[in-house]
Structure formats: C-alpha cells, structure tokens
Design a protein around this ligand. Sequence first.
Ligand code: PEP
Length: 225
Amino acid sequence: MLVAGNWKMFKGPRETVEFLDSFEPPAGVDVVVCPPFVSLPAAVGRGVPVYAQSVHWAAEGAFTGEVSAGMLRELGVEGALVGHSERRQHFGETDESVRRRCEAALEAGLAVIACVGETEAQREAGETEAVLERQVAAIPFHDRLVIAYEPVWAIGTGKTATPEIAQEAHALIKALHDTQVLYGGSVKPENAAELMAQPAVDGALVGGASLEAESFAAICRAAVT
Ligand code: PEP
C-alpha cells in the first residue's frame, strides 16, 4: 500500500517543517508527501519520502516556471506526480505532455504517480472507459511508476467514489496497465479503510485531508492491513 499526500498550493517551507515535525507515519505502509516546489528543500530529510507535484520533460532550457527531474534529484526528491487533473484542467496538460513528463522523470531515476480520471460529464455520457483507456495508453510501463485513479468529480468536492465505482475503474486500469493503482478523490479518515479494502485499490492519493498531520496519519493507518 502507498499513501501519498498532495498538498497542492498549500504550505510554504515553515508550515512544511511544522507538519513533518508532528507527523508520525505508521509502519507497514509506504507514505510520501508532495509539497509545492518551494517547500521541497525543507521537506527532504525529515523522515518521509518527498515527491514533487509535477516535473518537466527537458533536462534544462527556456521553460519559464518549470523544474526538471535532474534538479529534483539534486534536492533529494524521490518522485513526482504527473498529469494531476488540476494540471490537465488549468494548465493545458495533455496525454502527450503526461507521457513526456513520465518518461523524463523515470529516465532520471524518479518514481512517478501518474494520474488519470474522467470528468462528471464524461461519466454521465458513458465515456469513462474510453477516457481511461486513452489516458492510460499514454503512460509508460515502469517498475517505478504507479497510477492514481482520480475521478475529477470527486476531487476536492467531498463526493467520494463508492468503493464499487473505485473497484470497477481500478480493475479496468489494471487490465490495461499492470501496476499498482491508488484511489484519489475526497479520501478522508472516515472512508479510507473501506476504499482501500477493495482488492484492486493499492493505496490512496490524498489532497485536502493530507494537510493536517493527524487526519493524514489516520488515513495512513487505514492502509495498514
Ligand atoms: C488530489 O489532490 O489528488 C485529491 C484527490 O484531492 P482531495 O483529496 O482533496 O479530493
């Protein structure tokens, strides 16, 4: 089981240190945190592996605002999220750019959590399977890569996929790509155990509930079977 905390654009270096000083990851589960870029140096070396929230495909160059895999490795960062739906929705991330970011990160030695998931409109139109097939087809196979299924309608909305919906989507993804699949979308201490008890759910990608050390620790404990 892997539980990853995506802090999005929350927590500068000071709050990052405060969080990690008070956070006790339980034994028996792999835990990572994904702070904003500026907080990565403060997070590294505090007992929890650190992933970035994105990574560029080039080693260096004229890409204002971006950060390369080599730069992250130099800091001691161990992995990166790629293709989070907020990047797809607000920053023009495409299946092709997701593929390029994944490949560069893996090549540089980072681990990757590659995110996929359908919007509410796509689910209502019966397109979930086609969307997941298209998104998953862009993701390379690698033993350092796991996929996160994050239905867009469940992210930050308080609407969690039922365990049955999660199980069905995870089983589909696993049939396409033989890897661990994390569930993400309003995971909380109250629903984490039931979601992670599904046979095709291999952990969780947690946004809002990862911002508070105690609630994130409770979710991590729910992953210990
Ligand atoms: C996320 O940011 O990946 C996420 C799933 O957010 P939340 O848990 O807040 O829905």
